[in-house]
Design a protein. Structure first.
Length: 547
């Protein structure tokens, strides 16, 4: 036997074990939760994010704040991931999801201090999360989306989603646009319960005018101008060609040299290039197209020829815009000039170039298929426009969820108080230490109404006490109306949210909290001499097995 110590890892590897690892991760996750909690609700405050290049973002959208903050801690990054998931799945409720996750971990720390094993806590949290989903389904209210009364309800849902996002002055107008757009792409009155693709609604921005001038365009608006001044400003009865190849001479893939020894050779070389471009434009003309949207470049000579033929053309159009135009007009995106024929063209009543202040946009109106629309957001500054754009996206996500599922819950913290109450009742029937974890889960859910009250300048303890008392006496739709700072029936006040916001937030928050709690070892490499680990600057958490 030798007394020489065994070296498993290089010297520059740091390792945090057991309770220290858990405390470290919980603290990081709680810090993320603390950052976003002041943005919750209609009275939530905004954050100003300044990049190294002095780009400024002013927002109170949870996922935007977390994405722009460049968070490094691995546990904190997991919190950012749940915000992204919430944004992808619902489009709203990102702050709620992160706050619940942070509070679940904070409450778990209390149980860890009481010497309760992390596996027991995670088991209790799983039981509570499953029960919470059941309770939410029982408490959800079903609505239809066919009549005028329910259209008003959808507008209220959109307004609730946009409240506190800098769009209050125009929320009536914006909610009307959102509901109209979604009803149109979902097939109108009796659309049934089908998946709505929000990507069919393009959100374009234009600086100038006010937020109230935001408009719904029955077609597609792209942030491009015609390539030549001599082209027509508008084309009626448009026959639209969508091409993803350049209208210019193709450059060779590798370095190529051409040896020219006489003026005649140079002349024939240039003439051949021109002839090649003329052929392309002739094929476009023969197809009957009078509008071209090109994904690549358009040569100067090609621009001149197109203008001469009175054909409207835009170049370097984004692929996503090409796909929307294709969907709206019925045109096919062509990859080869020889494939271009009248059957591949899209149709629209009008294509025109419109100037809004400094911005030049191309409108495609009167499309064959009105299932692709554009919401054109106006505003005084870029910062205002971007925040209104985020508010509109949240509103679209919320209303789309309701049209798809037809299930809503009372807002203003009412559903959270009722859910916490029912979870506590459920916990009484559990034996063992899991009961304590379920109770802490219920307390974490109550963090939402507490923060709503705090952000509105109300006393959180008094507010929570009154809410609990009224829910105990059977008023299950009582919540906070922060426009009046009163505790009242939020359904009558039309403060309503989609069920999916709550189910997704609880799902994501409980899953990330459980995962973080099960880590008891953090191995981090600083990046020097760690070839054996092959980790770079990453941090790895060892996840404990189930017992």
């Amino acid at each position: 036997m030798t007394d020489k110590p065994i070296v498993l890892m290089p010297e520059d590897v740091q390792r945090i074990l057991g309770k220290d690892a858990q405390r470290n991760n919980i603290m990081a996750a709680r810090m993320v939760s603390e950052i976003v909690k002041t943005t919750l609700g209609p009275k939530g405050m905004d954050k100003m994010l300044v990049s190294p290049t002095n780009d400024i973002i002013i927002t109170n959208d949870g996922v935007t704040i977390l994405e722009e903050m460049q968070i490094e801690h691995p546990a904190a990054k997991m919190m950012v991931e749940i915000a992204k998931t919430q944004e992808t799945e619902v489009g709203d409720g990102t702050t709620t999801a992160v706050m619940i996750a942070g509070k679940l971990l904070e409450n778990a720390e209390k149980l860890l201090d009481k010497k309760i094993h992390p596996t027991v806590i995670t088991k209790g949290y799983r039981i509570a999360a499953d029960k919470a989903q059941e309770i939410l389904m029982d408490l959800a209210l079903k609505i239809t989306t066919g009549n005028k009364e329910d259209e008003a309800l959808l507008k209220q849902i959109a307004m609730t989603a946009m409240t506190g996002k800098g769009a209050e002055d125009a929320k009536e107008r914006l909610s009307e646009i959102i509901v109209q757009a979604l009803k149109q792409i979902s097939g109108g009155e009796n659309s049934g319960r089908k998946k709505i693709d929000i990507n069919d609604i393009k959100i374009e921005t234009s600086k100038g005018k006010g937020i109230k001038n935001t408009e719904l365009v029955q077609g597609v608006v792209i942030d491009k101008e015609k390539v030549s001044y001599d082209m027509p400003c508008s084309v009626k009865n448009s026959k639209i060609a969508l091409i993803d190849f350049p209208l210019e001479i193709k450059n060779p893939e590798i370095d190529t040299k051409i040896s020219v020894t006489s003026p005649e050779q140079l002349h024939s070389f240039v003439t051949e290039e021109e002839r090649s471009i003329k052929e392309m434009i002739e094929k476009v003309k023969l197809s009957g197209a009078n509008v071209i949207f090109c994904q690549k470049g358009i040569d100067d000579f090609a621009q001149y020829l197109l203008a001469k033929e009175r054909i409207y053309a835009c170049r370097r159009v984004a692929r996503s815009d090409m796909e929307k135009i294709s969907k709206a007009t019925g045109g096919k995106i062509i990859s080869n000039i020889d494939e271009l024929n009248p059957f591949e063209l899209g149709n629209a009543d009008l294509v025109e170039e419109v100037r809004h202040g400094e911005d030049v946009l191309t409108y495609i109106r009167g499309c064959e298929n009105p299932k692709a629309l554009t919401i054109l957001v106006h505003g005084g500054t870029d910062h205002v426009i971007e925040e209104v754009k985020r508010a509109v996206r949240d509103g679209l996500g919320d209303v789309a969820c309701v049209i798809e599922s037809g299930l809503v819950v009372p807002g203003g913290g009412a559903i959270e108080i009722e859910l916490a109450k029912k979870l506590r009742e459920f916990s009484q029937g559990l034996s063992g230490r899991e009961q304590l974890a379920v109770e802490e889960f219920a307390s974490a859910i109550e963090f939402v109404p507490t923060t709503l009250a705090e952000n509105a300048g109300l006393d959180p303890i008094d507010t929570l006490t009154e809410l609990k008392s009224r829910h105990d006496s059977g008023e299950r739709n009582v919540g906070l109306n922060l426009f009046t700072n009163k505790i009242e029936n939020v359904l009558e006040s039309k403060i309503i949210e989609p069920l999916k916001i709550k189910t997704q937030a609880i799902n994501s928050a409980s899953e990330v909290a459980i995962m973080i709690l099960r880590i008891d070892d953090i191995i981090s490499a600083t990046g020097h001499g760690n070839k054996s680990l092959g980790m770079g600057n990453n941090q790895i958490g060892k996840i404990r097995p189930d017992y």
